[in-house]
Design a protein around this ligand. Sequence first.
Ligand code: RUQ
Ligand code: CUA
Length: 632
Amino acid sequence: MKLHFKLALAAGVLVAIAGCMAAKGGSGASGDAAQKVYVKPGEHDKYYAFLSGGHHGNVYVYGMPSCRHITTIPVFTPEPAVGYGVDEESKAMLGGYTWGDAHHPGLSETDGDYDGRWLFINDMPNARIARIDLSDFKTRQIFGPIPNLSAAHACPFPTPNTEYVFAASRFSVPVPNREVKIADYATTFRGIVAGVKVDPKDGTMSLGFEILMPPFDWDLADAGKGPSHGWEFFTCYNSEMAHDSLEVKASQNEMDYFAAVDWRAAQKAVDEGKATMINGAPVLDPAKVPGIVYLVPVPKSPHGVDVNPTGEYICCSGKLQAEVSVYSFAKFQKAVEAKAFEGDRFGVPVLKFADVLEAKVPVGLGPLHTQFDDKGNAYTSLFLDSQIAKWKVGPPWGVVDKIDVYYSIGHLMASEGDTRHPTGEYVVALDKLSKDRYLNVGPTHPEAAQLIDLRGPKMQLLYDFPTYLEPHYAQMIRAEKVKPFTVYPLEQNSKPFAIKRAEDARVERKGNRVDVYMLAVRTHFSPDNIVVHEGDDVYFHVTNLEQDDDIAHGFGISWSSCNMQIEPGETKTMHWKAGKPGINPFYCSNFCSALHQEMQGYIEIRPKGAPVASLQRPKPELTAAVAAEIGH
Ligand code: RUQ
Ligand code: CUA
């Protein structure tokens, strides 16, 4: 989110101050910093870091503390190099979209700690959530667009046992969506909070419930844990319900809110039939179903909401304020039990600020997000001050250290810093502006990330590393928790179009549809000569028979946008439409062996009506060569 623009308009004076701070530059790093990030060639990092790719729609994987970029996982955006969005399965998963805006990675959890099974991430504008399987670092499900909900920014923020991931409307719309006047915003538009169930066995997402919310801009979320397990918290801005010039009109109220959703009560209400079906989603109206959601006032256009590791405190950052407001979950519960409400908004009871507030921590200007360590400290990013403030969770609720970052920090990520057991080793500042930190590459600057050591009494800047557009949030997990396999076992390949024996390679033709059952193994495609008719719909089902690490084959077709990568033991299907009569080459696009360059073939395209065999097999010597390669 381009938060800095909004802040710039809403707090011009403060920005001027931040500008001065940012202008001072300097290295910031000191002493033994180099040694602390050095991971010897051949050795591995201690952490995986997953950085959202923002409007690049992907996830970047880094190793920490070396800050080496290891790979990029395509999620919402096609990646032609590997055929993501090109092969039939991933194309279907993208659902016709070629873009997403990915903000918040959410690692799956067991008992409130990362378990290394899945990574969820949101596509804000299209209200979708993807699940990446960490057993192979591949996107395996894209759920959505979630009905009735526009712009899933407060998303996915998994619960402590990954029971749910959530999505909430940043941009309210009419529910159900229909033609209305924008000017009728306050009466016709509504927000939605969606609870998306996660199957504990395989991670499959399905819609659990939706709650009709006031038409505010629902901004961020975090799951309760420990005593607050069972609740999900959502901040909002624009409780003024402005529908134009938000940068001015949405900053009028002293207080906006966080909403506390009792997701077990909401699911129960749906199971008891208390929901109305709207666009296929069970929607609960809090005016009719009490006890599922409450509002708590938060000063000054809050942004981040973060629950501390023990689950006792909910920390909200009022971005136009110099404080973090810390709320006590115990006080919240008491106030709910006493029904001490100061009114309601759209049927959602509002608790009293003073009843729930525990402390105000004077962190500095433009607080956005908070993370935690293992020693009872919190770390809050300060956008306007371009700093991170370290503060003690608990009396006297004071700041104990600050560090400059370069420049204009948004999120920050501490090592396992949003779990029940943060490791307290590192924090990464995800800075919105890099300005002068890197070689000039023209007007589009890279994003800037900075690794900071938390182990000493003072925070220490260790390293700068640029990233491609545009990480928002990130998470860091201890490497030993993630155990991806490197080869798909062939015997477990049950894809309907997989073939595993040399003699099964063939071309089958029915009407205009051609199915090519193809094998790839160093260094052949079999079959490698194929005859089709002009205009045929050709489906290449390519199985990579390799069972060795790092031997992926590519399959690219000249004069087309058809290319994919097939990993060891994998089968992928790609559609290609035969063009004008002639010869059309194909080849292996991924370097695989000394004879990689020889891994190629031809498609002969004959005119309509010319004879083409309905069953074609490779030459016996090719079948024999492949059989010799694979041992049967
Ligand atoms: S946001 S800079 Cu899109 Cu998570 Cu806070
Ligand atoms: Cu197979 Cu290159």
